[in-house]
Design a binder for this molecule. Structure first.
Ligand code: NAP
Ligand code: F7E
Length: 375
């Protein structure tokens, strides 16, 4: 039985990767941070299963800023594979806490690599969660493993250090260390403050009459959005390759935040119109397809026991989206679109879930939550 350490196990990717590796027969050691409130919601379903907890899945307290803790864990566990997913992962927040972001995202990676050297784990394979944010102000369209980097936030600059320290330790000490340069990947488990989940959650709440308006920043930013579980399978494939190497994982399609918003509203039967420009721009209900809304609710009542229905207050002409410049970033990444042909050729990995399907599965999941529980 192979042993894997997953840092960031309580995050979106950590939770999917845990499911994938358990399915493949791994023993998993997850590192969690001490928190004053529960932070294990995404893996509760796994560790409340008595056949899994402390048999195939073990949780350890740890933190990427604590070197001695990482050393002890490596000595104790002697893993075959390490997936370093832990990070202060919010780009906008990194402008507010740049020092901490660098401590975790840049030096945290170094601490782990150095702990591997100290403990002398010669055979271990290390996956680093690198990111399309490295491309920032893009130097080439689409972006591949060969595209030069131009990071645009303290988050991206910290991840740039992480990227290069992986390459350096691979070359200097022959450590099997790999970068997965992953473009945005989303899911119903995406954190609520990232834009996709913020939109699907808010639109569900607007539908239920629990919120009247969705407030967003830059509507014209373009992202290459894929489905997270497929990207986690890709992480595993990167470490199974016979040579340590770096890979882009992406869909090869790009869409604006505006398109994501329009499509999400469309899923609940609302067509949007846009009025005014820039900070005054507003998304207004153009039409409501009551048939579609009713169908959704009837289906939800039968399949998921919805207690709530659609708000009666939704009318053509109502403003449901506004722009708040507080969500703008001091420096923005305007356009990302990835070229994952190396991963397809070498690893046999290809993104499967299309943009429309991704929006559909995220809004359905949030509608279920909101209309069942009423929050
Ligand atoms: P996420 O949901 O924000 O999860 C981040 C995880 O890191 C959480 O488990 C968090 O713990 C943990 N963490 C944060 N600071 C830590 C510290 N000091 N010590 C130990 N653990 C810490 O992120 P994600 O979307 O799953 O992304 C996973 C990784 O991929 C991150 O490194 C991210 O930067 C990178 N990435 C993500 C994407 C994407 O589109 N999702 C794309 C490219 C790269 P708590 O639960 O306690 O907060
Ligand atoms: O922003 C714009 C925002 O925060 C996407 C992380 O997982 O992916 C993620 O970083 C875009 C940006 O993700 C709002 O300005 C508009 O252009 O969802 P996001 P991100 O910054 O792309 C990369 C690959 C990572 O590595 C990161 O860890 O949407 N946007 N209005 C907004 N963004 C947010 N969060 N909130 C808004 O209201």
């Amino acid at each position: 039985m192979k042993k894997a350490i997953i840092t960031g196990i309580t995050g979106q990717d950590g939770s999917y990767l845990t499911e994938i590796l358990l399915e493949k027969g791994y023993e998993i050691h997850g590192i969690i941070r001490r928190s004053s409130s529960f932070n294990t919601g995404r893996i509760d379903h796994l560790y409340s299963d008595k056949s899994i907890l402390n048999k195939k899945l073990f949780l350890h307290y740890g933190d990427l800023v604590d070197t001695s803790n990482l050393n002890r864990l490596l000595e104790k566990i002697e893993p075959d594979e390490i997936y370093n997913l832990a990070a202060q992962s919010h780009v906008k927040v990194s402008f507010e806490i740049p020092d901490y972001t660098a401590q975790v995202d840049a030096l945290g990676t170094l601490r782990f690599l150095d702990a591997i050297r100290e403990v002398g784990l010669k055979q271990v394979k290390f996956y680093q969660a690198s990111t399309s944010e490295l491309y920032g102000k893009v130097q080439e369209i689409p972006q591949s493993e060969k595209t030069p980097f131009y990071p645009r936030s303290p988050y991206a600059v910290s991840k740039l250090y992480g990227y290069w320290i992986i390459v350096n330790y691979r070359e200097a000490y022959n450590i099997f260390a790999c970068n997965g340069i992953l473009f945005n990947h989303e899911s119903p488990r995406r954190g609520e403050t990232f834009v996709t989940r913020k939109i699907t959650r808010a639109v569900s709440r607007i539908a239920a009459g629990l919120q009247s308006n969705l407030s967003l920043g830059n509507l014209d930013a373009k992202r290459d959005w894929g489905f997270a579980p497929e990207y986690c399978e890709g992480m595993w494939k990167i470490l199974q390759h016979d040579k340590a190497d770096d890979f882009v994982l992406a869909t090869g399609e790009t869409h604006t935040v505006r398109e994501f918003t329009e499509l999400t509203f469309k899923e609940i039967g609302i067509e949007l119109d846009w009025a005014e420009k820039e900070e005054k721009e507003r998304g207004i209900i153009k039409t409501i397809n009551l048939e579609k809304a009713k169908e959704l609710i009837d289906f939800g009542r039968k399949s998921s026991g919805y207690k709530f229905g659609f708000s009666e207050n939704l009318k053509p002409g109502s403003t449901v989206v506004t722009v708040d410049p507080n969500y703008y970033r001091p420096t923005e990444v305007e356009l990302l679109i990835g070229n994952a042909s190396k991963a397809e050729k070498v690893l046999g990995w290809k993104a499967q879930t299309k943009f429309e399907k991704l929006v559909n599965l995220m809004i359905k999941s949030d509608l279920d939550k909101v209309l069942q529980r009423g929050y």
